[in-house]
Design a protein around this ligand. Structure first.
Ligand code: C5P
Length: 189
């Protein structure tokens, strides 16, 4: 049923067939604001962005799959801890589903099970390392005042933390990857 709706093998595009596929991984950190990274991001072959898609940790993925099928077909009437779309009108051929086993792998192997479960951004980072030849990372980490806000929201809570995610631990790993020239990290402002 599931793979009758969505492609069993995702189409990653033929950005540069046989060549060097460059990717921009764009998190939602406030440090993006005023960074002027737009044109660098746009210059990459693949741009990976993320938002409030309800990734609730691998133990709840059955519900995520039910939501995804219904959102693309009959409509979904349930709810989640954060707002989710009941109906999605988009090209089903471009949907890529990340296996719960991959999320578990990221949590165990990459994060040493620190944090309740990996953030969407960190899962996407490991995904990018698997599908891209070159990964540039934007919009991760706190801003210069140590706040973990989103670039697109106004916050009253200036002490916002990263909830169930080990934000600082994830960021430290990204910094290590940058130091080892595995990714290029753009720090923002
Ligand atoms: O918060 P949200 O999941 O929408 O943001 C996308 C991703 O960007 C997060 O999962 C996290 O990995 C990263 N992020 C970050 N620092 C922030 C905000 C988001 O590293 N201040």
């Amino acid at each position: 049923m599931f793979f009758g709706i969505f492609p069993p093998v995702p189409d990653l595009g033929n950005a540069k067939s046989g060549g060097n596929v460059t990717c921009a991984l764009v998190g939602n950190s406030f440090n993006l604001k005023g960074s002027s990274y737009g044109s660098i991001i746009d210059s990459k072959d693949l741009i990976i962005r993320m938002n409030f898609a309800p990734i609730e940790g691998y133990e709840k993925d059955i519900q995520d799959i039910e939501w995804l099928i219904k959102a693309f077909t009959t409509g979904f009437s349930g709810s989640s801890y954060s707002p989710i779309k009941s109906k999605i009108t988009a090209n089903k051929e471009l949907v890529m589903v990340v296996s719960p086993a991959f999320i578990k792998y990221v949590h165990e192997v990459w994060l040493g099970e620190v944090g309740d479960y990996p953030s969407t951004g960190f899962i996407s980072l490991v995904l990018a390392l698997n599908i891209c030849d070159e990964v540039s990372v934007f919009g991760f980490g706190a801003n210069s005042r140590g706040q973990w806000n989103h670039y697109f929201e106004k916050y009253t809570d200036i002490n916002l933390k990263t909830g169930p995610h080990a934000g600082q631990h994830e960021y430290n790993i990204i910094q290590d990857l940058d130091f080892g020239k595995i990714v290029k990290l753009y720090h923002g402002v």
